[in-house]
Design a protein around this ligand. Structure first.
Ligand code: ADP
Ligand code: MG
Length: 243
């Protein structure tokens, strides 16, 4: 959980909206990418509420806007139009510094290609999100070991990412995502690079985080079987929600 005084600090000027149990609220989201020559409408008027404790999956063909949508939910990217509220806080009211703090406290990210730092040992990779907080080295270490235990990798703490299998790398990435005990996990095709056995292992860990810890999870996937295990499926096509 987030220490109350800190989360107050981060959120003190944000606007409160009134939806009990809604964790992520998107309202009329539009995203246009502009380059010198082309304009792409990546998201077209998406409105979506995701409840606390919900496990939602997002599917759709390549280029339909899944990653864009996830990045907007994760405050990594801003919409061209529309509102994004996280845990009842209107994020358009947050300046960059508060946005970064909010992201660090509330959200954990998992990507298809792991995004680990190859020069750092597993334990140091997992500790990274905690460096932006005021915790001691000892606390950081303790929390990182606990996160690695949760994903069954406490026996690989001193390894480097290049010495691990794909499934193990993704487990390290999950440990890094959960080390700060975020209430929300956003996963962009977390099993996309894995064979089906390793993919199921990763899916089981995500299901456990959702069921046991009540973590709200949004997962982009190409795998109907994985999507079927989640509470709800949203389908996108050409930037529009079709289911
Ligand atoms: N940074 C960017 N600049 C320009 N166009 C982009 C950028 N990122 C994504 N797009 C375009 O937006 C659309 C949606 O992309 P994306 O969200 O990555 O799709 P998906 O994750 O479903 O494959 C695509 O047409 C893509 O080419
Ligand atoms: Mg994508």
């Amino acid at each position: 959980m987030i220490p109350a005084e800190t989360s107050e600090n981060v959120l003190q000027n944000s606007h409160i909206i009134n939806h009990q149990n809604v964790m992520i609220s998107l309202k009329n989201i539009e995203k246009v990418y502009r380059t010198d020559t082309v304009e792409t409408l990546a998201l077209n008027n998406i409105s979506l509420n995701i409840n606390k404790g919900e496990f939602l999956s997002i599917m759709g063909p390549s280029g339909c806007g899944k990653s864009t949508l996830l990045n907007i939910m994760g405050l990594l990217d801003a919409p061209t139009r529309g509102e994004v509220s996280i845990d009842k806080h209107d994020t358009t009211q947050l300046n960059d510094k508060k946005l970064a703090a909010f992201r660090n406290r509330k959200l954990g990210f998992i990507f298809q290609s792991y995004h680990l730092i190859n020069d750092l040992q597993v334990l140091d990779n997992v500790e990274l999100p905690l460096l932006y907080r005021n915790s001691s080295a000892k606390e950081r270490r303790q929390l990182s070991i606990e996160a690695l235990e949760k994903v069954g990798l406490s026996n690989r703490m001193k390894h480097f990412p290049t010495q691990l299998s794909g499934g193990q790398k993704q487990r390290v990435a999950i440990a890094r995502a959960i080390v700060g005990q975020p209430e929300i996990i956003l996963a962009d095709e977390p099993t996309g690079n894995l064979d089906s056995a390793m993919g199921s292992e990763i899916m089981d860990i995500l299901l456990q985080l959702n069921e046991r810890d009540g973590t709200t999870i949004v997962m982009v996937t190409h795998d109907e079987n994985m999507a079927r295990k989640t509470h709800r499926l949203v389908r996108l096509f050409d930037g529009t929600q079709v289911q």
